[in-house]
Design a protein around this ligand. Structure first.
Ligand SMILES: [Zn+2]
Length: 81
């Protein structure tokens, strides 16, 4: 488990568009300060967990309440090797 201070999340905003869906109109998406981990407001049923890509991001899973989708930057995954 990697729990660090970087677990503090940035919310989407005009200054900080969501890296996955480019949301800027409100703060419904959130992501880690290094943008390696994104909690996007749109849960995805069209994507395959840990396989499907959106841009540089891998769709990881929907949250357990199915209200958001978790994406990880490819780079982040590669660092685990
Ligand atoms: Zn988003």
């Amino acid at each position: 488990m990697t729990h660090t201070h970087s677990d503090r999340l940035i919310r989407s905003s005009r200054r900080n568009p969501c890296p996955v869906c480019k949301r800027t109109k409100d703060a419904d998406c959130a992501f880690s300060p290094d943008r390696a981990r994104v909690i996007c407001h749109h849960p995805r049923t069209d994507l395959i967990a840990r396989v499907s890509q959106v841009g540089e991001y891998t769709f990881w899973k929907n949250t357990s309440d199915h209200r958001a989708a978790v994406f990880l930057l490819d780079e982040f995954e590669r660092r685990q090797w």
